[in-house]
Design a protein around this ligand. Structure first.
Ligand code: MN
Length: 238
């Protein structure tokens, strides 16, 4: 391990004078009295994916899930392990500039805490306490950087609910991908890509589409007070 420790790869891939992402500094390990953090960030880089991150030893272990988490225990979602991220990254919502690693729009899609239930060599069983995701899950290592994320059968499981389309907004700001892109100064191309990942009808439109579907006042308030990181657009990577 270099002097950058587990965050060496994270730091090597980024130019911190250009990207609004935080530099990687390892945080103290949890003393066991504080719950461990988890976050899911929806990220429209070269391709859409959901970055699934679990706090472990002062960093966020990370997997990129192209289709996002599924609540259906019959569905195995490919989760590509990526470089550990700093815990500070959990607050990042905005636009990574064009040409930078992972260039594109990032939304904090879910956040909360997690607890390990059983950790084996090729398998991590855990419980999530998020605003969208809950219950018990397993990550199974198949080969190289490939893992599978699978929901266990419990009261949070569902074969009919797709949270990626039914609860598509940010849990911190209430914004759509298009709204995040626009506020953070995305290029036209980035804005179009971000908008393309929002379910039809929500992008940039906060008015109710039908009675009873008004965005909550709480969400609207959070949207105006959420920190916004500036940047512009385009690039590859997770
Ligand atoms: Mn990513």
């Amino acid at each position: 391990m270099s002097r950058f420790g587990m965050l060496a790869e994270y730091n090597r891939k980024r130019h911190f004078g250009v990207t609004p992402e935080p530099p990687g500094r390892a945080a103290p390990r949890s003393d066991g009295r504080r719950p461990l953090a988890f976050v899911v960030q929806k990220h429209r880089a070269s391709h859409l994916h959901y970055d699934f991150r679990l706090e472990h030893d002062g960093v966020m272990l990370s997997w990129a899930i192209p289709k996002g988490p599924s609540l259906d225990p019959a569905v195995k979602r490919l989760a590509m392990q990526t470089e550990p991220h700093p815990i500070d990254y959990n607050q990042f919502e905005g636009v990574i500039p064009a040409g930078e690693y992972g260039g594109g729009t990032v939304m904090i899609w879910d956040k909360g805490t997690w607890e390990p239930l059983e950790v084996k060599r090729n398998e991590i069983k855990f419980r999530l306490h998020g605003e969208k995701l809950g219950g018990s899950w397993v990550l199974v290592h198949t080969d190289d950087r490939r893992w599978l994320l699978i929901k266990h059968r419990d009261e949070f499981a569902s074969s009919t609910t797709d949270l990626t389309t039914e609860q598509p907004r940010s849990v911190v700001s209430g914004r759509s991908m298009a709204e995040i892109a626009r506020t953070a100064g995305a290029t036209d191309a980035q804005l179009a890509q971000a908008t393309g990942t929002d379910p039809p009808g929500i992008a940039g439109d906060r008015r109710p589409r039908a009675p009873g579907r008004v965005a909550s006042p709480r969400a609207a308030t959070r949207a105006t007070t959420a920190p916004v990181r500036r940047a512009s657009s385009r690039a590859a990577g997770y």
